[in-house]
Design a protein around this ligand. Sequence first.
Ligand code: PMM
Length: 267
Amino acid sequence: MTGIWGIVNVTPDSFSDGGRFLDPSRAIAHGLSLRRDGAAVLDVGGESTRPGAVRIGADEEQRRVLDVVAGLAAEGAPVSIDTLNASTAVAAVAAGARIVNDVSGGLADDDMLAAVAGTGADYVIGHWRGPSDDMYARAEYARPSREVAAELQERVATAAAAGIAPARIILDPGIGFAKTGAQNWEVLRGLDDVIALGSRVLVGTSRKGFLRETLAAASDVEVDEARRDLATAVTSALAARAGAWAVRVHDVAATRDALAVVAAWDG
Ligand code: PMM
């Protein structure tokens, strides 16, 4: 059964839940409620990667996330740290995180692969072509899902050479990262190309801009959070059907229900 990763963003500027959970105790309470809703992993992030986002320093990032990681781990929750920074990854694993979720797959910080190799944590390699502030300049593909898979395969080889055992690697096609709306759909349609690489595959569509575009074209009604969460539950269920090992979402309960319905259909 596909697992659900619940998003715990501890940022003032994330496009979806930003600012609501900056206080560590509120972020911890939110994470525990996602766990009750059915999250297998809580993915804690302190730096927004939304389109156009400006980077913050690793010190500020760690100030935001470490108490939250430690608090959730102390409650027995499996925690992943969503970071581009090697120093944050190491500090978060020391605070109790079991997985390092790096949307850049080691490209944003030259020290990341060696750092992760030293921790023994599992490692999410996201498909990435450059920082969020100008990532759409790199959204050029002839065959999106093939190119995403090929670029991920290169990162797996580099990570293995740095000492991260392939069994510890989780691949993510990086929906929304250096991809237009149409390219995101093509990557999802061709998810098999990434799954064929043989690693566990994580898919993150939650509340992303390409869903907003699709929903806006379907109805003039405002594309609010409820509509984006419904669309996310559908894409997550379809990703599960296509063989994703896990999906990363804000609204865990909606995706839990969508996955249960698909499982019932499949029997
Ligand atoms: N997307 C975002 C942040 N972290 N991590 C993984 N592994 N995959 C994603 O698709 C991903 C991610 C951006 O979304 P957010 O700001 O809502 O967390």
